[in-house]
Design a binder for this molecule. Structure first.
Ligand code: FES
Length: 530
């Protein structure tokens, strides 16, 4: 097969790619990430790049890319082969992503006799990785680092990666190698920043969702891709870091947190641990919303949990102008007047390029408050901000450039509203069914803890308005940041925490929503914006 030169900008990386490769494949070859929420199936429209010379647009290009961008050479990277020498300009740089690292700290019983020893705690997320270097003798954090999970070239969500493993003979090895390489790089950065010797790093503790833990350890994930989604590993794993090619100290120990279920993993255990949900004397709901919303309910220390398939709307995927929380993303929206342009806040000092999760929740909440949608979620006509066209139907214009030469605008379509309704209904139904499971109702809730980046950046007021969170007083909603990362630190520092984590994983009752007889009716009942 002939090879063609592909040059990526602005990095300048180049590769002689097989002519049968897509641009997305070629980017993978050089380790570049192009957003590919549908895993390269041509349905999400998020992989668009600018190509020179650009080939004829495909049907999917025309469907997914605005005509003005098409004219500038925008094409879907997964739909175009590298059948001639091309230059590919990536519209966003991965390092601009806003990554949440810290959270509300836990309290740990430190192990004794660890003087002169250091450790690395890692929150291994599907999207991002946060890593911390701590002094094991006193628990002081000396350095932190973060990056995007490089497995993202095989799909942004867990299922795409599991599918990749199921389809490709060496898929699991490739995914493991990518993440291990990244962890080696993060460890090097941390060791240099803290000025310690690699040989003094004696422990590494990793928390992640069940699939991330399995992939890191090189364990088969096939069972996570098929009902009933049972993990191969439930218990914590402790082994030498070198056994998976994590090269830190010669005898550095690797600890990977235990899992509760196929979609409730060690990161949720770490969340429970850091916020001491196993020993609360109140009723607390903990929610970590990502592609899967993990929900934990502590009824005076009795724990039940579930995973709600929220889809990717809150991650910006499946939303017409959705994007991740990175430079150029609108992060907050306020509609002061239904008849004039909304006020928007953008990450970085640049023109808006799209809406990230927090803004997506704001738009629906603000449209509801401004009377631009009704409780069924239907966009209402009458405001000059509401327009329609044949392709998209009704849409709300969130932002429009006032530069006379630019026609750029950010819109929120009727389909987008529906996507948010489905996502919020999944979370709402999960919360309702957990409460029902322990015989409680919303008035019994004392606190709602929001973990993770989405929970940290969303407006609690907007989340309450659309019914994403149970209707408690706003003062009862507490963002706790990267609670999983904090739990990872506890698992690094304290063997007592590890024993507690095992108990949490064993004793937390998992409610399988897909198999729950009331799920469908509660889900349908949760779709309305009331
Ligand atoms: S459309 Fe190309 S990855 Fe989704």
């Amino acid at each position: 097969m002939p090879k063609r030169l592909v040059v990526f900008e602005p990095s300048g990386l180049r590769v002689a790619a097989d002519a049968s490769f897509t641009i997305l494949d070629a980017a993978r070859e050089v380790g570049l990430h192009i957003t590919n929420e549908c895993g390269g199936r041509g349905t999400c429209g998020k992989c668009h790049v600018f190509v020179e010379p650009a080939g004829r647009p495909t049907r999917q290009d025309i469907e997914k890319i605005p005509v003005t961008e098409l004219g500038k050479g925008a094409r879907l990277a997964c739909r175009h082969k590298t059948s001639r020498a091309i230059r590919v300009i990536l519209p966003q740089r991965a390092e601009e992503a806003k990554i949440l690292t810290e959270g509300v700290a836990g309290h740990w019983e430190l192990d004794s006799s660890l003087n002169g020893q250091f450790g690395i705690a890692i929150d291994l997320g599907t999207t991002t990785i946060a890593a911390f270097l701590l002094d094991l003798s006193d628990g002081v954090q000396l350095a932190r680092a973060a990056s995007l999970n490089p497995q993202n070239v095989f799909g942004d969500d867990i299922m795409s990666r599991i599918t990749h493993v199921m389809r490709e003979e060496n898929g699991a090895k490739v995914l493991q190698r990518r993440v291990v390489n990244e962890l080696n790089q993060l460890a090097t950065q941390l060791i240099q920043a803290a000025g310690v010797d690699a040989a003094e790093v004696t422990r590494v503790a990793v928390v992640g969702n069940t699939a991330m833990g399995h992939l890191l350890l090189g364990t088969d994930v096939t069972s996570l891709g098929l009902s009933p989604y049972a993990p191969k590993i439930y218990n914590a794993v402790t082994q030498r870091a070198r056994s998976i090619d994590l090269h830190i100290g010669e005898s550095t120990e690797l600890y990977v947190a235990p899992n509760i279920a196929g979609f409730v993993g060690g990161d949720t255990v770490a969340f429970i641990l850091s916020q001491q949900l196993d020993s609360t004397d109140d009723v607390t709901i903990g929610i970590d919303i990502g592609t899967n919303g993990e929900i934990v309910l502590s009824n005076h220390g009795e724990l039940v949990c579930c995973s709600a398939a929220a889809g990717s709307a809150f991650e910006g995927a499946s939303i017409h102008h959705g994007m991740r929380g990175q430079t150029g993303a609108i992060e907050h929206v306020i509609i002061h007047d239904a008849n004039s342009q909304a006020e928007v806040t953008v990450i970085g000092d640049v023109a808006p390029q799209g809406l990230c999760g927090s803004a997506i929740v704001d738009v629906v909440a603000e449209m509801k408050q401004a009377g631009l949608i009704n409780t069924t979620g239907r966009i209402l006509e009458g405001s000059p901000m509401v327009e329609s066209n044949e392709k998209l139907g009704l849409f709300y214009r969130v932002w429009k450039s006032d530069e006379p030469k630019q026609r750029k605008r950010i819109i929120f379509t009727q389909k987008d509203v529906r996507q948010v309704q489905l996502a919020k209904a999944a979370i709402q139904a999960g919360t309702r069914l957990l409460l029902e499971e322990v015989g409680l109702g919303v008035p019994d809730i004392d606190r709602v803890l929001l973990a993770g980046a989405f929970g940290n950046y969303i407006s609690p007021k907007s989340a309450l308005t659309i019914g994403l969170l149970p209707r408690v007083d706003i003062s009862q909603i507490i963002p706790v940041g990267n609670a999983a990362g904090e739990g990872a630190k506890g698992l690094l520092l304290s063997l007592e925490s590890r024993a507690k984590a095992e108990r949490i994983a064993r004793d937390t009752r998992h409610v399988d929503l897909a198999a729950h007889e009331d799920f469908q009716s509660v889900f349908l009942d949760s779709i309305a914006l009331v």
